[in-house]
Design a protein around this ligand. Structure first.
Ligand SMILES: Cc1ncc(COP(=O)(O)O)c(C=O)c1O
Length: 427
């Protein structure tokens, strides 16, 4: 029998490039037909054949309180009934800004935008505008959205500038972007020694989630903070993914390091399009209308999206929320690791808060190169075996996974039971 997913995928490809509105959804990395989702609730979603899956992508991060949480839905419905968008300021925007500043103390002022890409792109412009410098530093394997100067991979030499990773990005646009190795503090020291006074900003995912999950070492982030302070360079933590995921105050709370600017997204919109960048008030004062750095958005601070975000931010502050989330995520990763060991499959896992990484490798990777050395073919087989068993993992060996507050013991145990069967198919 033909699956409704196949029918929808064929139809989607007629009017949408590749049939999807964001490339990873197309299953290109793992092969097969993407599932078209019809509804979601708690830790589950259902596809067009009405098959239920335990969901471990959580909309790639936002669904931290579980799908369709009644309090979030109620807030959205009430806001929608008052009107969808005004293009004029609202009290809700003040409230969510105050909440963000309270939860992330390095953020004294914040500007709301609609996507993580906008947040990091605007943060870069701010850093360049405030310092009067052009050069930026990013790290191999970190993804910061699809702005031109960030779609860059390392050049041929260690301290040479990068090459575009997308057609349509002129070499000229990326010639100011230096791409260094994640977790390599010495390389960062060398780069600053060479050209520190020309570097506008360093942008980093302090817990990387776009090359699978890779933790920064404290030494790496501490060196970064010290060098940025020494050279007057703006330190940007891109916490679009890890913010409110690895801890209530984000990775900066875990590592106890204050960036100058933070980019946020995902969780702060609770599933609707809200992202933000914020930081030191003196830096944020460079933004229009106060200063010369231009940035704007028709739907920025949209009242319905802000209501979803605000209700989500309230829920994650309930006592014990992160302890429970962290416990469930660790149970999942420990259970999967034990199941792999029983089956004799080379595997390791890592978990921080509600984020996890699964690696078909003997040890947890600490860099882009070590992640890339993991066994992608085994992952792809595992992915499909899990999907067949009703568990939806990220459809790529190089993406992190996400647990929600609704992934209770029964859900985690069902996942581990499915994994036993899946690992057995790999040997
Ligand atoms: C760390 C990080 N920064 C930026 C982005 C871009 O966000 P968006 O997809 O909302 O544009 C992402 C998206 O996954 C991300 O993980």
């Amino acid at each position: 029998m033909t699956s409704n997913n196949d029918t929808l995928f064929a139809r989607a490809q007629l009017t949408t490039p590749g049939g999807v509105n964001s490339p990873v959804r197309a299953f290109r990395s793992v092969g097969g037909t993407p599932r078209f989702i019809t509804r979601a609730e708690g830790p589950y979603f259902w596809d067009a054949d009405d098959r239920r899956y335990i969901d471990y992508i959580g909309s790639w991060g936002p669904a931290i309180v579980g799908h369709a949480h009644p309090a979030v839905i109620k807030a959205v419905q009430e806001a929608a009934a008052r009107g969808l968008s005004f293009g004029a300021p609202t009290q809700g925007e003040i409230e969510i800004a105050e909440e963000i500043c309270k939860l992330v103390p390095s953020i004294e002022q914040v500007r709301l935008v609609s996507s993580g890409t906008e947040a990091t792109m605007s943060a870069l412009r701010l850093a360049r505008g405030a310092t009067g410098r052009d050069k930026i530093v990013k790290f191999e394997g970190c993804y910061h959205g699809h702005a031109d100067s960030l779609l860059v991979k390392a050049g041929s030499g260690l301290l040479t500038f990068g090459n575009p990773t997308s057609a349509g990005v002129p070499e000229d646009f990326v010639k100011h972007t230096l791409v260094l190795d994640y977790n390599n503090a010495q390389q960062l020291e060398d780069a600053f020694k060479d050209m520190g006074d020309q570097i506008a900003c360093v942008i980093v995912e302090p817990v990387a989630g776009n090359m699978n999950l890779v933790r920064a070492t404290p030494e790496f982030l501490q060196t970064m903070r010290r060098l940025c302070t020494q050279y007057g360079t703006v330190l940007i933590f891109d916490e679009v993914m890890c913010g409110f995921r690895v801890a209530l105050g984000g990775a900066q709370a875990l590592y106890d390091i204050k960036p100058d600017i933070t980019a946020l997204g995902k969780v702060i919109g609770g599933g609707l399009p809200v992202a933000a960048f914020g930081g030191r008030a003196d830096l944020m004062g460079h933004m229009a209308p106060l200063g010369p750095v231009y940035q704007a958005g028709t739907l920025s601070g949209n009242p319905v999206a802000v209501a979803a975000g605000m209700s989500t931010l309230k829920l994650i502050q309930e006592p014990g929320f992160y302890t429970r989330l962290g416990t469930q995520t660790s149970k999942l990763v420990n259970g999967l690791s034990a199941a792999a060991k029983e089956a004799g499959v080379t595997f390791s896992g890592d978990a921080i808060g509600g984020m996890f990484g699964l690696y078909f490798a003997a040890a947890v990777p600490d860099s882009y190169a070590t992640v890339m050395a993991s066994n992608k073919d085994l992952f792809n087989k595992f992915f499909h075996a899990m999907l067949d068993a009703g568990v939806y993992l990220a459809p790529s060996a190089f993406e992190a996974g996400f647990v929600s507050a609704q992934h209770d013991d029964a859900v985690i145990e069902a996942t581990i039971a499915a994994a036993r069967g899946a690992f057995a198919q790999l040997v």
